[in-house]
Design a protein around this ligand. Structure first.
Ligand code: KIV
Ligand code: NA
Length: 265
């Protein structure tokens, strides 16, 4: 199997082939996601919500991200594995940022890191890139800053924030980031960014005119059903598939329908 590289993602944008990206946090799911032909697997800090049940992405630790990433990397044969650097392990201190990125690369075997923000974290990005670690940017709704924003609503609807986002995207490209995630911004703005930078722009809630799409795996599969923003499409309703199977098992156990003659020694 030919492994996906950051260079191939760049070539995909150049030939207008859309890039598919999904999150995964564990070995078993990552194996299925990779086998299904995804281009990029993100070990997102959304693990904080989806795996650990926290309300925000802020509590997840670097050690916990490395644990998730290690499990994912073991399962993946083809996809590029990108790992989120979690809140508190890169902001405002480029030495700490570099140390965190190196720990992720060394201990998990991931292929790249992702960081939220533009000009504010430029020094950290440059330092990590200088160490030979590919960096994916993340602009727009950056969930690690949720307490600054106050809501999870659409970002960059106003001129000033839109102009800063465009400037940040260009800055990330100049620094050498291989790609940028744009989260929950107007489709028109995302289209403009995708046109004005040459690195692949991956959207989530950013419309169709970008170079690829990313979703949280458990949202797409319909496992997490309380979360249903407009941009999310449920490709399955696994919540009922799973609970139906388990309640069937429960009643079979109660009624001694399981195990049967063929299911014992
Ligand atoms: O953590 C995550 O899942 C993400 C994606 C939504 C882009 O950062
Ligand atoms: Na994230």
């Amino acid at each position: 199997i030919k492994k996906i590289t950051t260079h191939q993602l760049h070539a995909m944008k150049a030939r207008s082939e859309k890039i598919s990206m999904l999150t995964a946090y564990d070995y078993s799911m990552a194996k299925l996601v990779d086998a299904a032909g995804i281009d990029v697997i993100l070990v997102g800090d959304s693990a904080s919500n989806v795996m650990a049940g926290h309300e925000t992405t802020l509590p997840i630790t670097l050690d916990q991200m490395i644990y998730h990433a290690t499990s994912v990397v073991k399962a993946v044969e083809r996809a590029l594995v990108v790992v989120d650097i979690p809140f508190g392990s890169y902001q405002g201190n480029s030495s700490e940022a570099l140390r965190s990125a190196i720990r992720i690369m060394k201990e998990s075997g991931g292929h790249a890191v992702k960081m939220e923000g533009g000009a504010e974290i430029k020094e950290s990005i440059v330092r990590i890139l200088s160490a030979g670690i590919p960096v994916m940017g993340h602009l727009g709704l950056t969930p690690q800053s949720i307490y600054k924003f106050g809501t999870y609503s659409v970002r960059a609807k106003e001129e000033e924030e839109a102009e800063k986002l465009i400037a940040d995207a260009k800055l990330l490209e100049e620094c050498g980031c291989f790609s940028i995630v744009l989260e929950k911004i107007p489709a028109k703005l995302a289209k403009r960014v995708a046109e004005e930078v040459s690195i692949p722009i991956i959207g989530i809630g950013a419309g169709p005119d970008v170079d690829g799409q990313v979703l949280v795996l458990h949202d797409l599969l319909g496992i997490t059903t309380e979360f249903k923003p407009r941009f999310l499409r449920h490709y399955a309703k696994l919540d009922t598939v799973i609970t139906d199977a388990i309640s069937q098992y429960v009643s079979d156990v109660k009624e001694v329908n399981f195990p049967n003659q063929d299911e014992m020694y």
